[in-house]
Design a protein around this ligand. Structure first.
Ligand code: GLV
Ligand code: MN
Ligand code: MN
Length: 459
């Protein structure tokens, strides 16, 4: 797969020979299943063209504005935490829309939410498309939810067109992609793909001590009439539409990005434990101040990352001090590290050094470093990416290939089915911010390309 997709630094993906072989086996399987019958070149199928004609720009924009009410912030952004009351309200809203259009609704033991339009041969593995509906605390109105709403728009356009594909098509909202309330994120897609055990996910707690299992029980109690299906299923293909969250498409004047792959990511939780003491009486030389030690660690790690490589992304986004009282020497600090690079080896080298560097700077405190996520750079199948480009050309939307610097559920789906991502521009690349913006015309373009690709994949 070398050279396939053009990730910066040539990051091998999915990461090992074994993974490569697994990927090849899946694509062979797809060829046996008739993948080569997908149209090639500058045309789309008659059915795809018909469905694309029913994708409604107004309806899709209105759905975004409606969804933004659930968890609306005063500054125009969205704070919709995974499995929260705001998310329950959003789920009610989506389920009502789906039922009004005759789509069947289901959830699974990981709290993923599925909307299904049955195909002519409903026993076949479905084509799946979606993203997530949770947000960062200072989130925008498009990250994640665009992929869910675009997939639902395709199902509505199918209904309006009267076309029933051979395979079923399902829209999905994966549980807790952001990892803001419950860390680390991507829980729903990880559980679905069998990447992480469900019981490990269910035991994770939020800052108030509420576990995923408890929060999910509250969600399920709100939807007694939504059936819970088994976790995981065979999937024909997965396509995720998403805002780019970077500046490239806008700068290049492209409405569509055919995503080549996703950069590698590691996350850590660092726990520094010192000793509580009186701020006025405890001699300075005898203190074990967890804040002083932790801040030295952050500064040192940041400095090394900056010196190492401009493309090495190092972020400490959470820093919690206990007891957090002005006159008490801090006894405990827990901080997060989010580390990314397109070259897995570069990320790995830095990641492997984190624990040692923290230990060197402990200053009498104890320090524990837990690596929570270790995900190499990956490359999506070439055929789906090329088809995305062809479809965009036929539909008259300027398109380009580009890698994703942000993480997405498609990472995990690609382990169980050929997967693709369709990006649309995001104003000035601003994301994970209340002012995040996507243009209605680009949202429409993304949904049109998604519609054609899903209809072709479904046959
Ligand atoms: C996803 O939200 C990410 O942080 O990349
Ligand atoms: Mn997202
Ligand atoms: Mn996000």
């Amino acid at each position: 797969m070398a050279g396939d997709g053009g990730l910066i630094g040539g990051g091998a993906a999915p990461g090992s020979d074994d993974d490569d072989n697994a990927w090849r086996r899946r694509t062979d399987w797809r060829r046996e299943q008739g993948d080569e019958q997908m149209p090639v070149g500058q045309q789309i199928t008659e059915a795809a063209e018909r469905v694309v004609g029913h994708v409604s720009a107004d309806r899709l924009w209105q759905r975004h504005m409606d969804l933004a009410r659930f968890g609306a912030r005063e500054d125009g952004g969205v704070d919709r935490q995974a499995l929260s009351a705001e998310e329950i309200a959003a789920r009610h809203h989506l389920i009502a829309i789906a039922r009004a259009r005759g789509l069947s609704v289901a959830t699974d033991p990981a709290g993923n939410l599925f909307f299904r339009l049955a195909g002519r041969e409903p026993h076949l593995p479905p084509v799946l498309s979606g993203s997530h509906m949770d947000s960062q605390p200072t989130g925008g109105r498009f990250d994640g939810i665009f992929g869910v709403l675009a997939a639902m728009e395709v199902l509505e356009a199918l209904r309006d067109s009267g076309h029933q594909p051979r395979r079923s098509i399902e829209a999905v909202a994966w549980m807790n992609e952001e990892g803001s309330r419950f860390a680390p994120g991507m829980m729903g897609s990880e559980a679905f793909a069998g990447v992480r055990p469900l019981d490990e996910i269910m035991a994770v707690t939020d800052a108030d001590g509420c576990s995923v299992a408890e929060a999910l029980a509250q969600v399920n109690a709100a939807f007694p009439d939504v059936p819970v299906r088994e976790l995981g299923m065979p999937v024909e293909a997965y396509v995720e539409a998403h805002i780019e969250q970077g500046p490239v498409l806008e700068a290049q004047g492209c409405a569509i990005g055919a995503v080549t792959g996703i950069q590698g990511k590691q996350t850590f939780r660092v726990t520094v434990t010192g000793e509580e003491a009186h701020a006025g009486t405890k001699p300075m030389a005898e203190r074990r101040d967890a804040l002083i030690a932790a801040s030295a660690m952050v500064q040192r790690l940041h400095g090394i990352a900056r010196a190492a490589d401009d493309a090495l992304m190092f972020t400490v986004g959470r820093f919690t001090v206990s007891p957090n009282a002005p006159s008490v020497v801090p006894a405990r600090v827990v901080f997060s590290i989010d580390l990314r690079h397109f070259d897995t080896a570069v990320m790995q080298r830095f990641g492997d050094a984190v624990a040692g560097l923290c230990a060197e700077l402990a200053q009498g405190c104890t320090v524990q470093v837990d690596r929570l996520v270790d995900a190499p750079s990956l490359i999506f199948p070439d055929s789906l990416r090329r088809r995305t480009r062809d479809i965009a050309a036929v539909l008259g939307h300027a398109a380009m290939d580009l890698p994703s610097a942000a993480g997405h559920d498609a990472r995990h789906l690609n382990a169980v089915a050929p997967s693709a991502m369709i990006f649309i521009p995001c104003h000035q690349g601003i994301s994970h911010h209340p002012t995040e913006r996507a243009a209605p015309a680009d949202i429409h373009a993304g949904a049109r390309v998604l519609a054609a690709l899903l209809v072709e994949l479904a046959g």
